[in-house]
Design a binder for this molecule. Structure first.
Ligand code: DC
Length: 240
């Protein structure tokens, strides 16, 4: 079963994806972490972030590994745990160049599909998961929230990570990311026509998760009581 959740920064999609995956006991794929890992690798290699070919080579080299679980994602780059480092403001500010590279997107979308095929069931979140990576997903969600609320959420995340930033800085950063997410020609943030839209502005994370599970039940993807995934078209064949 492939569940996609797309939406802008701070819409709550990452937390929702992680919690829904944990409830279902299936891995969640944070595709933003992939773009962030490639960004960190390119920065460490001193690659010119406008050099499309060099960026694509960094992405294709695959020097990073994702350890996906229902409650965690750990990212290693050349054997070093960079799970926290990829969330820094520095990586944040540079990732939009990497996310705009058609070559990098091609490589990463192919990796995402390969992960989907290998794992069979995942909750995957990003900007293009329902539109480009998994257009045939079993169910698609699109999450959004008012920009001030999204900036506020991101501010608290950054403070929790020890970053010294103000609401004004984060708001400017979120607005800038909205602009670049929407206007890039390769893999722009897209609300798929067949996605279920959830406005999370006034909802707690518990309410968002409940809503997603209700939609999964309605679609017959999970049973009425249990949170166990049903067998969607993407499920792996049973082992002999
Ligand atoms: O979701 P996030 O903030 O971790 O994403 C980091 C960056 O990667 C952000 O600039 C958007 C981009 N991204 C993307 O272009 N496509 C995705 N599927 C996921 C993230």
């Amino acid at each position: 079963m492939i569940i996609t959740i797309d939406g802008p920064a701070g819409s709550g999609k990452s937390t929702a994806a992680r919690k829904v995956a944990a409830r279902l006991g299936i891995p969640y794929l944070d595709t933003g972490a992939m773009y962030r890992a490639v960004t960190l690798a390119a920065l460490e290699d001193g690659v010119d972030l406008r050099d499309e070919e060099a960026l694509t080579r960094v992405a294709a080299a695959g020097d990073y590994e994702l350890d996906l679980g229902p409650t965690h994602i750990r990212v290693t780059l050349r054997g070093r745990d960079v799970t926290e480092e990829i969330r820094s403001m520095c990586v944040n500010d540079h990732t939009r160049h990497i996310a705009a590279s058609p070559g990098v997107r091609r490589v990463l979308v192919e990796k995402q599909r390969e992960i989907g095929r290998r794992l069979g069931s995942i909750v995957t979140e990003g900007r293009d998961q329902g539109s480009v990576a998994f257009p045939g997903a079993d169910i698609k969600f699109y999450m959004d929230a008012e920009v001030n609320k999204r900036a506020e959420r991101r501010l608290h995340e950054l403070w929790a990570e020890g970053e010294e930033v103000t609401l004004e800085q984060v708001l400017a950063n979120v607005r800038e990311r909205d602009r670049t997410d929407a206007k890039r020609s390769a893999g722009p943030l897209t609300e798929p026509a067949d996605a279920i839209r959830i406005d999370t502005t006034a909802l707690s994370i518990g309410e968002v998760v409940k809503l997603v599970l209700t939609h999964l039940r309605r679609a017959g993807l999970i049973g009425p009581g249990a949170d166990k995934p049903g067998r969607g078209p993407h499920s792996e064949p049973p082992s002999p």
